[in-house]
Write a protein that binds this ligand. Structure first.
Ligand code: GN1
Ligand code: MG
Length: 368
């Protein structure tokens, strides 16, 4: 079945005019659907959920429905007191009232409402943009803080547990294919050495959890810059999208992920490593925005680990891309041969830059 045929299976009036590919995600297949009636036009997002990443898409959808229903209520309660109009995608049901449509090959498709008059960017534009990214993330974490964790299924066991990704790497690298890839590329061997030098650091957050210093709560899981929508009219952040990974975790996973994505002006797909770095002005702006919300819920212990989380999540994503390169690109989608190796190079360079600018970043955090 084509995306056009599947687009017609959801509860949206009118006829399908066109289905356009949105190719920014690394996991799901995403499309923008335009439908028209005689008097109006409706656009929505259509996605095929990746089975390589999410073994149980029905649970992903149950989580998404539960969390969006909850958050929409919170947003509506607060709307009259809010300084802006917040938006959040809604799950659009199929014609027979389900959260997803199954195609003839067993593929899972879902439809989500579009965020009105807003744009997402692959790279940060300026410090105001970084500030808004931090503010939107903090607002989302605050809004879902009281969502009962037992109503969320664990759809991605081990997500953001860095020591687990290290174990997977150690396993994958044993295979003949992985050894051949390593032998063929000095860049791959350099990244391998970079990983080995940071093995102990990999457990910094999980150790803090085990010591009782940090605690789990509902988080977004994937607050990268492309998942934060900026209002075209006001220029302010208006929504955080991509709610696949909402589940209990550490707020640090989110903070670290947001920083590694927003504060690297070269973006994730940079080719020239000299452009990849953590920009401390963007970092300062992001922290200012985040803490406007975060100071309401962060503990002293939470604050102590914010710097570490930025270094760790850049390292972790580099490790995840690298392991996937060694495994033959089974998880992240690729458009060219060594894309996952290149993505790993970018994150490791960013991690190194975060290490070099540690004292500046800590000063920003302590002064905020
Ligand atoms: C994946 O598909 P996308 O782009 O929303 C990944 C994130 C990574 C991100 C890096 C479920 O997200 O963890 O940070 O790529 N999502 C999953 O771009 O693994
Ligand atoms: Mg995602």
């Amino acid at each position: 079945m084509t995306p056009e045929t599947i687009a017609a299976k959801f509860e949206v009036p009118g006829q399908v005019v066109t289905v356009l590919i949105i190719d920014t995600g690394n996991v799901n297949d995403t499309y923008r659907v335009i439908k028209r009636t005689t008097y109006s036009e409706v656009q929505f997002v259509l996605q095929k959920i990746s089975r390589a990443v999410f073994p149980e898409p029905a649970l992903v959808m149950a989580n998404m429905k539960a969390i969006t229903d909850y958050a929409h209520e919170r947003l509506e309660e607060q709307a009259s007191k809010s300084n802006r109009i917040w938006q959040l995608p809604r799950v659009i049901p199929t014609l027979d009232g389900r959260d997803y449509y199954r195609d003839e090959k067993g593929g899972y498709w879902r439809a989500l409402s579009m965020i009105a008059s807003a744009t997402s960017h692959e790279k940060v534009l300026n410090p105001e943009h970084a500030h808004e990214a931090g503010y939107v993330l903090g607002h989302f974490q605050r809004m879902i803080a009281d969502f009962p964790a037992d109503r969320l299924a664990d759809t991605l066991p081990g997500f953001h547990i860095t020591p687990g990704y290290l174990r997977y790497h150690d396993e994958v690298i044993q295979s003949d294919d992985a050894q051949q890839r390593l032998a063929a590329s000095s860049e791959a061997r350099r990244i391998e050495a970079f990983i080995q030098e940071r093995r102990e650091f990999a457990s910094v957050l999980e150790d803090a959890v085990n010591r009782g210093e940090l605690h789990h709560r509902p988080i977004h899981g994937d607050p990268k810059i492309t998942n934060i929508m900026m209002d075209d009219i006001t220029g302010k952040g208006t929504a955080i999208i991509d709610l696949d990974t909402v589940k209990p975790g550490l707020v640090h996973y989110d903070f670290g992920d947001c920083v590694r994505s927003v504060c690297n002006p070269a973006g994730e797909e940079a080719k020239d490593l000299k452009d990849v770095l953590v920009d401390v002005d963007f970092f300062e702006a992001l922290v200012r925005g985040y803490l406007k919300q975060g100071r309401n819920f962060l503990t002293d212990w939470d604050r102590k680990y914010l710097y570490d989380s930025t270094r760790l999540i850049a390292f972790e994503l580099g490790l995840r891309f690298f392991s996937d390169y060694l495994a033959g690109d089974v998880y992240f989608k690729v458009n060219y041969e060594s894309q996952n190796l290149n993505r790993a190079r970018v994150q490791m360079k960013l991690c190194e830059s975060i290490e070099m600018r540690e004292s500046m970043m800590r000063r920003v955090l302590d002064g905020a």
